[in-house]
Design a protein around this ligand. Structure first.
Ligand code: BG6
Length: 485
């Protein structure tokens, strides 16, 4: 392949993300022959280790988190992995990193191309980025060859102010086009397919607006609870953890106008416009347009204080103030401890204008619903009405659709991280959030989060394994119901 050679500098070698996601993704890319020929992983971390111990750790991660990937090419993979010891707040450490990078560049022919991956807690980003800048590792002078890119993980800020601060800190040392903000939902095949579905097919786009669409429901449901992440989750909540990023990314892809071309900035220009088109929620309407819930056993989870008001369920109604969607609400709900794990976009079309079939009332003829199933059982379905065979004129709901597992049998869906890592090497930021996108999302949600603080007890309890608090149905308009996917 013709990918640029490079060094993948990993901050956070022993963290959860590295163990669960990055190790399997990097190895799978190696195994499939998708990495550049000259590609090196260099971990920078505090603990006293050497290359051999680091390689053994990586192998242990595979056994624990990706046992199904055969280790047939492990030996050649681990030859690419190196370790350098250093503190995150020490200029000497970063000077040593620079020396190591330069020697790797010579030994392995990586051409001064460096990817800095921040698999560390967000409060450490600023310090590390500052040291990279001070050590001359971030922005290159015109005469030097090679590129530097920085990859940051969510959470990207805690509210509008902190996200602005973080953007400013990054942009002090890197330019926007060097920054890759990961939202792993964008790496999912089915999320990427939203663009294909909309813009590679002529028949849906004419219907994709307020004239034909009654409303859109976006659900991100998890069956599990907080599973040992109580400490982190309780300080975060479902809105910050999932709605602000994964769910709003989906909203923007569904609502956006066609981009003028398929490049990173053209796509993101439209996405940010879509988010800005969501009507701000005035403080006095927050309790009418949003519902929070908490599953019954949440307060007994490890790391969760007994009186916690953190939401494990959130639903919001968004009005779109733009030409395409005015009058078509978007409902978004994100939750844990649901009956099943499912993420989907359901586009519900308007009801038929008149019923021709005897004995049926208008509301008995179910409107068409188009479901883009993001996960699991990935696929797309269009619910329609058909005549049930027999002497009577009886309507029966049927599904037109396709499933990835039938259609793309020998093409397993790769983990989102594989695609995203590859794109950072390619220098394609289309599937990464731009700074203004992240800020637009926080701008919408920060006043809501502020208003909630004044009414902490509005959080509604719900039973584990149900679709959340009853109150969520008060968001809907007459004739609308929440789907049970
Ligand atoms: C993460 C959240 O970003 O996304 C988790 O921090 C959540 O709380 C996860 O469980 C969901 O991702 P996926 O890919 O399993 O749907």
């Amino acid at each position: 392949n013709d990918l640029d050679p490079c060094v993948f500098v990993l901050f956070g070698a022993t963290g959860d993300l590295t163990r669960r996601k990055l190790t399997p993704a990097l190895y799978a890319l190696h195994r499939e022959g998708l990495l550049p020929k000259d590609f090196v992983v260099l971990a920078y971390a505090r603990r006293d280790k050497d290359d051999l111990v680091f390689r053994a750790d990586l192998k242990a991660n595979m056994a624990e988190f990706a046992p199904s990937i055969p280790l047939d090419k492990w030996d050649s993979f681990e030859q690419r992995c190196f370790y350098v010891r250093g503190e995150f707040d020490s200029p000497e450490g970063f000077a040593a990193l620079r020396t190591k990078l330069e020697s790797l560049d010579t030994e392995t022919n990586t051409h001064h191309n460096w990817l800095f991956y921040m698999a560390i807690p967000p409060e450490q980003y600023e310090g590390v980025v500052g040291h990279l800048g001070a050590a001359g590792l971030s922005r290159r002078g015109m005469t030097e060859q090679g590129w530097a890119r920085v990859i940051v993980e969510k959470p990207f800020g805690y509210d509008l102010e902190t996200s602005r601060h973080l953007n400013a800190a990054l942009l002090e040392h890197f330019t926007e086009d060097q920054v890759y903000r990961i939202d792993h939902y964008l790496g999912k095949e089915t999320v990427q397919n939203i663009l294909f579905f909309r813009f590679a097919n002529e028949i849906f786009e004419p219907l994709w607006n307020h004239k034909y669409v009654d409303h859109v429901q976006i659900t991100v449901a998890e069956k599990i609870g907080v599973e040992g992440r109580g400490n982190f989750f309780d300080a975060t909540g479902m809105t910050r953890d999932v709605l602000q990023n994964h769910a709003l990314q989906i909203v923007s892809l569904v609502a956006m106008e066609p981009p003028v071309r398929l490049d990173a900035n053209a796509i993101r220009d439209e996405k940010v416009k879509a988010i800005r088109g969501i009507r701000p929620i005035p403080r006095e309407d927050v309790h009418k347009l949003t519902v929070r819930g908490q599953y019954d056993s949440y307060r007994h989870e490890e790391g969760v204080p007994p009186g916690s008001d953190t939401e494990t369920f959130v639903a919001m109604k968004f009005h779109m103030d733009n030409w395409r969607w005015a009058g078509t609400p978007f409902y978004v709900r994100c939750a844990k401890a649901m009956p099943k794990r499912t993420t989907e976009v359901a586009v519900q079309f308007r009801a038929i204008p008149q019923v021709l079939f005897a004995k049926m009332k208008r509301d008995e003829v179910q409107p068409n619903v188009l479901v883009l199933r993001i996960q699991p059982d990935e696929g797309i379905f269009l619910q329609m009405g058909a005549k049930q065979p027999g002497p009577d004129m009886t309507l029966h709901p049927v599904n037109l659709g396709f499933l990835y597992r039938d259609e793309f049998k020998d093409m397993p869906i790769a983990d989102a991280y594989e695609r995203l890592i590859l794109d950072t090497i390619r220098g394609d930021a289309s599937l990464f959030a731009r700074g203004d996108e992240v800020e637009a999302a926080w701008k919408l949600l920060t006043p809501v989060l502020e208003a909630w603080k004044e009414r902490p007890h509005d959080v509604q309890p719900y039973f584990t394994g149900t679709w959340g608090p009853e109150k969520a149905s008060t968001l809907l308009e007459p004739g609308q119901t929440w789907r049970e996917p």
